[in-house]
Design a binder for this molecule. Structure first.
Ligand code: FES
Ligand SMILES: [Fe+2]
Length: 357
């Protein structure tokens, strides 16, 4: 029998009982109280740049189509056919004007509207027997974007995304607004972690302690600026609304550009970063030696200086699927942009969702 008050008391004293990472009762509470109510990160707008582009993502066991419809509006729709509940879209990403159910072939426009069903007259008595008009895939109850990041909440009464992000939006800009043109997601790469979802979230939120040892090889091959473990542990933790993160501590007294160069940003990026960030954000870097390192926006989005990760906990408690995408500032040479995977995707004219090549 789960004693939630005892667990909470231990956590508040700084002692995390090990069973919180494997107890099905805890995971059931997280499912019901956390993942169904908070804002969950699903995708970035740059993954679906053109009308008809879509990706399929999950919140626990529920699958969603994240699509840009023909008029350019981003939509998040429950990936379930209205007829008998079949999973509608079977591909992970693609471009389609319509989605056709593999079971009885009900067909939906990419904005979710039901466009056709076979034998409407014979099977249902036409529009009088079953009205096709007005039927639509279930849309996510709440949808919000920030710096191109697409979040949904399964709670129709969720607070506005900006209210949920609160003070964490200030830190999120350091990762997701490094130029006025924003960032572009490349990927995703995926892997399955045989661990409870909280392990990764905690690591990014506040575990600087591991870096001198776990990442020693990065120093050995000369990729990290600080050679001494004692120096690499310096920095700070911050808590801001639903997020938390770790920082590097840069040498005091540098100017803005020197600070960014110190951690390896190329000169070409520095004016773009200066233009994208506010006076307060620039001053934090220049005057206080602040530089983001890793962070987690609870529950499922983690960031580090080499990319962002989202976690899709499996419908059981002990494993998670993670996806990672590297960031790069928009505005790079066109030849680079032209190599994007989105350019290689074929558009479906038959109405059948197309998969990755
Ligand atoms: S379940 Fe989709 S058409 Fe029947
Ligand atoms: Fe690490």
């Amino acid at each position: 029998m789960l004693d939630l008050a005892a667990v909470t008391g231990q956590v508040r004293r700084g002692m995390v009982p090990a069973h919180v990472y494997g107890d099905p009762a805890i995971f059931a509470l997280e499912r019901d109280r956390l993942f169904t109510r908070s804002w969950v990160f699903l995708a970035h707008e740059s993954e679906i740049p053109d009308p008809g582009d879509y990706v399929v993502r999950r919140i626990l066991a529920d699958s969603f189509i994240v699509a840009r419809d023909e008029s350019g509006v981003v939509r998040v729709m429950f990936n379930m056919c209205l007829h008998r509940g079949m999973q509608l879209c079977r591909a992970e990403m693609g471009n389609a004007s319509h989605f056709r159910c593999p079971y009885h072939a009900w067909t939906y426009r990419n904005d979710g509207r039901l466009a056709g069903l076979p034998f409407h007259e014979e099977a249902y008595g036409g529009e009088d027997g079953f009205a096709r008009l007005g039927q639509s895939l279930l849309q996510a109850p709440s949808l919000g974007t920030h710096n191109g990041l697409i979040f949904v909440s399964l709670d129709p009464d969720a607070p506005a995304l900006s209210d949920y992000l609160g003070d964490f939006a200030f830190y999120l800009d350091f990762y997701t607004r490094q130029s006025p043109a924003g960032v572009e997601l490349r990927g995703p790469q995926r892997w399955r972690v045989k661990a409870n979802w909280k392990i990764g979230a905690e690591n990014f939120a506040g575990d600087s302690y591991h870096t001198p040892h776990t990442h020693a090889s990065v120093v050995e091959i000369g990729l990290f600026r600080e050679p001494k473990a004692s120096k690499r542990k310096e920095g700070a933790l911050y808590l801001a609304g639903p997020g938390a993160g770790t920082t590097y501590k840069l040498p005091p007294g540098g100017d803005f550009a020197d600070q960014l160069r110190y951690v390896g940003y190329p000169d070409a990026m520095i004016p773009a970063m200066a233009a994208a960030w506010s006076d307060r954000q620039r001053a934090l870097v220049a005057d206080s030696g602040f530089m983001v390192s890793a962070a987690t926006l609870f529950p499922n989005m983690s960031l580090c200086t080499t990319g962002r990760r989202s976690t899709q906990p499996e419908p059981w408690s002990r494993s998670s699927r993670c996806g990672s995408g590297s960031r790069s500032a928009s505005g790079r040479p066109r030849c680079f942009r032209g190599s994007r995977w989105t350019r290689r995707r074929r558009r479906s004219s038959s109405g059948t969702p197309t998969g990755p090549i």
